[in-house]
Design a protein around this ligand. Structure first.
Ligand SMILES: C[S@@+](CC[C@H](N)C(=O)[O-])C[C@H]1O[C@@H](n2cnc3c(N)ncnc32)[C@H](O)[C@@H]1O
Length: 201
């Protein structure tokens, strides 16, 4: 029983499942923690004066951190509209000016979207942040194919070493961060997470 909802009702309703059963946007994943740390330390070269996409943003930490580091435009993208709502709420709770982070639930990689075209000024340099997106082999393949089409973008991946993390040479490790106690406790005792820079091979 969750609140006054019984399990049968939840198991018959996909939207309720998304909302109540293990919502990916309901907590911070290690991948976005790595991106948060990395862009905080290297904001001038990774975020300042650039367009920024937080792909698969979940709760939105990467977008929120990026919004404070002088980007021209920041966009958070997640196909789960509850995640989009979570980014909006978490932005407000963290003092981000309303509208500073643009939001889209479009399936950018399935549509083959060229990310720079999503921004008001597509000629600006672009950074794409991908936190913890390699949790599934099929999705990993889709993401890698799509990233390969983003010519000229600086792309960073945060990942604790999940099974679908590509080992094919595109991801160059640039940093490793210790996880804080809360993330250790909620991630089966993982102790650190890595940040990678994508480059096409
Ligand atoms: C493991 S969570 C990571 C969330 C966040 N980046 C973090 O590190 O805390 C993966 C997220 O990917 C989103 N997702 C799955 N497929 C997606 C797609 N095709 N496009 C955008 N987001 C997607 C899920 O809804 C989920 O919020």
């Amino acid at each position: 029983m969750i609140g006054n909802l019984d399990e049968e009702r939840i198991s018959n309703d996909r939207r309720l499942q998304k909302l109540l059963v293990d919502p990916f946007w309901g907590y911070l994943w290690p991948g976005s923690y790595a991106l948060h740390k990395h862009v905080q330390q290297h904001g001038d070269s990774t975020i300042k004066g650039r367009n920024v996409l937080d792909f698969a943003s979940g709760c939105g930490l990467s977008a929120i951190t990026a919004s404070r580091l002088g980007p021209v435009e920041v966009l958070a993208n997640d196909i789960d509209d509850f995640a989009i709502a979570a980014v909006e709420v978490n932005s407000a709770l963290n003092g981000v000016e309303p509208g500073r982070i643009g939001l889209t639930a479009e399936n950018l990689c399935a549509n083959g979207t060229v990310v720079k075209e999503l921004f008001k000024d597509p000629s600006l340099p672009l950074t794409i942040l991908c936190g913890d997106v390699f949790y599934d082999t099929d999705f990993a393949a889709v993401v890698m194919e799509w990233l390969a089409k983003q010519d000229g973008a600086e792309i960073y991946v945060g990942d604790p070493g999940r099974h679908a993390l590509p080992r094919s040479g595109e991801l160059e490790e640039v940093a490793e961060y210790d996880l804080p106690p809360l993330l250790r406790d909620t991630n089966n005792g993982m102790t650190s997470v890595k940040c990678f820079r994508y480059r096409s091979v």
